[in-house]
Ligand binder design. Structure first.
Ligand code: SIN
Length: 304
């Protein structure tokens, strides 16, 4: 039997609260990933290996952890005795890590991110079932690409986004819809595995990542933030536009000035679903179906 490697990065799935009834006043990233694994008797039938890559609340995710995570994931995927990798992660920035890993590694084995909305000490913790499902998913014959598996739903890494601050089914795939569902250890797959051309690890191992920020169009938005970001040395700016990626005139003017000065700009929508439909004469390039946070990761990767 081939191994599944479980890389721990922290999150609520490894969180602890003082009282079992408290699902919000807890500390994330307290329990070692090896202990999360041994607490699930149903995992005993798998050949597993656990490794702690980080122990953080994912709101504090940074580029150093991403570099380490990409390195460790690539290292284990290259082993002949490993079928796939599972990553335990906080829910808050899971979608950014998923985009990052899919674009950098585009693996031909499964890399499954999983998480929990309730701490491990909760009365009805969701983490153990999510971790069990994630291991089953990583072990499915032919499974490949970066995916997220939470609340029994499987999302492609480039589609997943967090859509709810509290419910256990907090993730969604936007208009793409889920890749499938985990049902008692089996995947009911609705569409193809995630695939793509990897950008490669070498691109992200340097430490001087470019500064890329997000500015949002909203009532009364002007160009002051864009000018301030240019002064801070931003090399890229993602505009979270209204509706179909539209921008108020003062903000658009500031972004056009930034672009003319060599700052890379991508336009997205602040709405939750869909993709930008361009008329063909847009002066600021569209990021298509990317959410603002996905587009920020993408722009950083392009600038690297
Ligand atoms: C985190 O993202 O690490 C905390 C929140 C969560 O995992 O739900």
């Amino acid at each position: 039997m081939k191994r599944i490697v479980i890389l721990g990065t922290g999150g609520t799935i490894a969180g602890q609260s003082r009282s079992a009834g408290d699902n919000v006043g807890y500390a994330a990233a307290q329990i070692a990933v090896a202990d999360l694994v041994t607490a699930i008797p149903a995992l005993s039938g798998f050949a597993l290996e656990a490794e702690q890559v980080a122990q953080i609340d994912s709101k504090d995710m940074d580029f150093a952890v991403w570099r380490r995570l990409a390195q460790r994931t690539a290292h284990h995927l290259a082993r002949d005795d490993v079928a796939g990798v599972v990553i335990t992660h906080g829910t808050d920035t899971l979608e950014e890590t998923a985009w990052f890993l899919q674009r950098v590694l585009a693996p031909d084995k499964a890399v499954v991110l999983t998480a929990a909305m309730r701490p491990a000490t909760a009365l009805a913790a969701d983490g153990p079932q999510n971790l069990l499902d994630a291991v089953h998913l990583a072990a499915q014959p032919g499974a490949r690409g970066v995916m997220a598996c939470v609340a029994g739903v499987v999302h492609a890494g480039c589609d997943v986004r967090k859509v709810h601050p509290y419910r256990v089914d907090a993730f969604d795939s936007g208009d793409a819809g889920p890749l499938g569902y985990m049902e008692e250890g089996s995947l009911r797959r609705l569409r193809d595995w995630p695939h793509g051309v990897p950008l490669g690890l070498a691109r992200v191992l340097r430490e001087d990542w470019p500064r890329v920020d997000i500015v949002m169009n909203c009532a009364g938005a002007d160009g002051a933030l864009v000018d301030a970001l240019r002064a801070l040395g931003a090399r890229g700016i993602v505009a979270a536009g209204t509706g179909n990626g539209t921008l108020g005139a003062p903000l658009e003017d500031a972004l056009l000035r930034a672009q003319a000065a060599g700052v890379a700009v991508l336009r997205t929508s602040r709405t939750a679903r869909g993709r930008l439909i361009d008329s063909g004469d847009a002066a600021l390039p569209s990021a298509g179906a990317m959410t603002p946070v996905q587009a920020r990761v993408e722009l950083m990767l392009r600038l690297l």
